[in-house]
Design a protein around this ligand. Structure first.
Ligand SMILES: *[C@@H]1O[C@H](CO)[C@@H](O)[C@H](O)[C@H]1NC(C)=O
Ligand SMILES: *[C@@H]1O[C@H](CO)[C@@H](O)[C@H](O)[C@H]1NC(C)=O
Ligand SMILES: *[C@@H]1O[C@H](CO)[C@@H](O)[C@H](O)[C@H]1NC(C)=O
Ligand SMILES: *[C@@H]1O[C@H](CO)[C@@H](O)[C@H](O)[C@H]1NC(C)=O
Ligand SMILES: *[C@@H]1O[C@H](CO)[C@@H](O)[C@H](O)[C@H]1NC(C)=O
Length: 419
């Protein structure tokens, strides 16, 4: 009895959220449809185009001469910004940094653990639809998720706009010269003015590839429908990192959600209220995703590559080449230059320091060992044991072993890419 009442409640919540999603799309189509040059609105501002959203065929206008689309699948603090830069630097790649941030903040501004499953599903459905549009360069689909709603397809509220080189250069922004290879994120925000989605879509159409980085998709299984669509030609690069390193980085970054962990780290005693749910969810998502990714299921053939952040940190140029080869992209000089400027391989201290102080510097791949106590590491290893084994990260058995940096905890391991 209780159970069925819960089910009904769940259904009501689902439907409510479903309709609020529909409302957003309806707003988009009925009120926000941009000028006719944008293909998807060809049918006009009516219910027909609204309904098309929910048909199984949103690809009518897909430009099949486009090549590979790329999704960088990661979890917060696993080094994905660094990996994103490897694509952001390529002249034929249109790179977007965390566009799904806006989906999350609009649909589920307050993540609630009790509704986690429902919210996750709603978020995923909307995210997949948006990703499809973005890979098709229909960037204005983002508009309905941005607050305040952009007027005239123009906004200054796009999350981390300056992290995307294409959104800081022509035809989107003319503040920098085309030869300027080193546009700072804050200079872009300061000098480029508001972002115009029509120009952004144009810029996207001029490039062959779209690369999107996201930490808001839990597992590769959630992308199956997109991966299976031949018109998208989507390839997924999953970036993984030692969960102990992720934890340490999150403790420093997410002051609210990880404050109990910080108390443990700073006071040396585990607060009684600290639970392992978040940690376990992260490791379970990892394990599900990686197990699927490496399982050689037919739909993943040629579509999934696993990259350990530590391997990238150890040998950035070589690893990047492997990734580019898998994607069938040529490794441009601009990418090589960027790697050399921003990793240990370079002698120019000033450049190195600049990125070295940023949160995703690969030079810091194992520095968590000096920050976490042995008790915290032992706890994490216990909760995340399976994924540590699967990914080739070595558990430590003593404080001495933890702090002895001449002993790497990243075992050599080859992950065969299923081709
Ligand atoms: C398709 O994309 C190619 C390369 O990006 C471009 O040259 C061509 O004009 C596009 N075609 C259409 C119909 O948009
Ligand atoms: C929108 O853009 C058009 C053309 O650039 C301009 O004439 C109009 O004033 C703009 N409207 C608003 C509300 O900014
Ligand atoms: C690399 O660093 C040099 C010297 O600081 C700079 O001139 C160049 O623009 C940088 N290139 C990239 C791609 O970051
Ligand atoms: C390590 O963690 C496990 C499980 O939480 C616990 O049983 C064990 O006592 C811990 N070992 C040390 C040395 O703290
Ligand atoms: C650190 O590990 C290395 C390699 O196992 C070992 O030779 C060395 O004695 C260790 N150092 C300390 C201080 O334990």
């Amino acid at each position: 009895m209780l159970c069925s009442r819960k089910m009904i409640l769940l259904a009501v919540v689902s439907i409510t959220i479903y309709y609020s999603t529909m409302k957003i799309f309806k707003d988009l189509f009925v009120h926000k449809c941009p000028t006719p040059i944008l293909l998807n609105c060809g049918l006009g501002h009516d219910v027909k185009s609204f309904n098309r959203m929910f048909d199984e065929n949103p690809y009518d206008n897909y430009n099949s001469s486009r090549k590979t689309n790329i999704l960088i699948l990661a979890t917060p603090r696993s080094g994905s910004s660094f990996v994103g830069q490897l694509f952001n630097q390529h002249s034929d790649v249109f790179y977007l940094f965390e566009p799904l941030y806006h989906v999350q903040t609009t649909l589920i501004p307050h993540l609630s653990p009790s509704r986690y499953a429902v919210e996750r599903r709603v978020m995923l459905g909307a995210s997949r639809d948006l990703l499809r549009s973005l890979y098709n360069c229909d960037l204005y689909f983002l508009e309905s998720y941005i607050k305040p709603q952009p007027a005239n397809h123009t906004t200054d509220k796009l999350f981390r706009r300056g992290a995307s080189k294409a959104l800081c250069s022509m035809p989107v922004c003319d503040a920098f010269s085309p030869s300027d290879s080193n546009i700072e994120e804050r200079d872009c925000v300061r000098k480029c003015g508001s972002l115009n989605f029509i120009f952004a879509s144009e810029s996207c159409q001029k490039k062959h590839h779209v690369a999107i980085k996201t930490v808001r998709i839990p597992e590769v299984n959630d992308l199956k429908a997109l991966i299976e669509d031949p018109r998208l030609n989507l390839k997924v690069i999953q970036v993984v990192r030692d969960p102990r390193g992720i934890l340490s980085s999150r403790i420093e970054t997410f002051l609210d959600t990880y404050h109990l962990w910080r108390i443990w780290r700073d006071k040396g005693r585990k607060p009684p209220k600290l639970d392992f749910i978040k940690l376990k969810t992260m490791c379970d998502d990892f394990l599900n995703s990686v197990s699927t990714g490496l399982s050689q299921l037919p739909w993943l053939r040629g579509r999934y590559m696993l990259v350990r952040y530590e391997d990238l940190a150890r040998n950035p140029l070589q690893k990047t080449k492997e990734v580019y080869t898998f994607l069938g992209l040529s490794m441009e000089k601009s990418v090589v230059d960027w790697i050399q400027n921003n990793t240990r391989g370079n002698n120019d201290m000033s450049a190195k320091l600049k990125y070295g102080m940023m949160r995703d510097s690969p030079a810091n791949a194992e520095s968590w060992r000096l920050k976490l106590s042995y008790e915290m590491v032992n706890y994490t290893q216990t909760v995340c044991k399976h994924i540590l084994d699967e990914l080739g990260y070595k558990a430590v058995n003593s404080p001495e072993e933890l702090k002895n940096m001449s002993l790497s905890l990243t075992k050599h391991k080859t992950f065969i890419t299923f081709l």
